[in-house]
Design a protein around this ligand. Structure first.
Ligand SMILES: [Zn+2]
Length: 307
């Protein structure tokens, strides 16, 4: 299976751009790896949303833990001990469902160092990060209360340092981690229907990786947030002719191109595909390119790109 995935990844990469595939993770430098390039429907042979940022061969940052990311995390040879930061963009299952599975796996890592986990504040319809963690990890109420040591660093488990980004914080940019570290990580709220959602920006060694998450593209501040990104990862689950309901949740291909151009991104990685956006992928990519002149690549699971 690992071999098969590698072949698929190589094939898609070869057709998407002229760059040669790299060994992932590279021993030195910064790289982004896609753990899940699929959407919420199990019809595309892809894991749901999940990404890693590798630095000098260590899996330091993980964004989203959608269904299937547990498997891909292992296939990528990522290490729970190396993680400094996990960002959960929102609490749709295709972005967070494997979080508990990854915590269970981490239970065996003998990690002591605390782990930062960031996510949005809640609403009447969706939990915020704090309530999400409680709902699965609380010792008496949580679905997996036997892992409650993650909440306070007891029982041989590392404490999860929860960073909930609520509506009361800056609408433009929030520093979640950094300044004294070698990585600076920021978040901004992005419009995704009624769902509180975050995009993340990871600045490291002069490179900037922006994970746009699910959004309809109507937040004008986002282009500034993503300014001059080395790599902008945007989700393209719907085609240009999608109906109003889908457009409340996601940006159509032409809007994705406009956003990437407004941000001045160096390159754009399209991901989070559903069958309906894969059906005419080349056509959808061309629509993106009508507004954006930089490099455009399409993700597959385990795709890896050095920066
Ligand atoms: Zn999604």
């Amino acid at each position: 299976m690992r071999f098969l995935i590698s072949v698929i990844a190589f094939g898609a990469l070869s057709s998407a751009c002229a760059e040669q595939p790299i060994a992932c993770p590279p021993a030195q430098g910064v790289a982004v790896q896609v753990l899940g390039s699929g959407g919420p429907i199990a019809d595309d042979a892809r894991a749901s949303s999940s990404y890693l940022v590798w630095i000098d061969g260590e899996s330091r940052v993980m964004i989203d833990t959608g269904g299937g990311s547990f498997l891909r995390f292992g296939e990528a040879n990522a290490d729970f001990l190396d993680l400094d930061f996990m960002g959960l963009s929102h609490f749709h299952a295709d972005h967070s469902a494997d979080f508990a599975a990854l915590m269970k796996s981490g239970n065996f890592a003998k990690r002591q160092r605390a782990l930062s986990v960031a996510g949005p504040g809640g609403s009447s319809r969706f939990p915020g990060l704090d309530n999400y963690l409680t709902s699965i990890l609380d010792g008496s109420q949580g679905a997996y209360g036997y892992l409650s040591g993650y909440l306070d660093g007891t029982g041989g488990l590392p404490e999860l340092k929860a960073i909930e980004v609520g509506d009361s914080v800056s609408p433009e940019r929030n520093l979640l981690q950094g300044e004294s570290d070698d990585i600076a990580i920021y978040a901004i709220h992005v419009p995704h229907g009624i769902v509180p959602a975050l995009a993340f920006r990871v600045d490291v060694r002069g490179e900037s990786i922006v994970f746009a998450s699910d959004q309809n593209g109507s937040n004008e501040d986002f282009a500034d947030f993503a300014k001059d990104a080395t790599l902008l990862v945007m989700h393209m689950p719907i085609p240009e002719g999608a109906g109003d309901g889908a457009r409340q949740l996601h940006a159509i291909p032409s809007r994705i191109g406009e956003i990437a151009a407004a941000a001045g991104a160096k390159s754009l990685l399209l991901s989070h595909f559903m069958a309906r956006s894969l059906a005419n992928l080349e056509q959808n990519v061309q629509l993106v390119k009508t507004g954006f002149a930089g490099d455009v690549e399409t993700a597959v699971d385990l795709y890896c790109r050095s920066l």
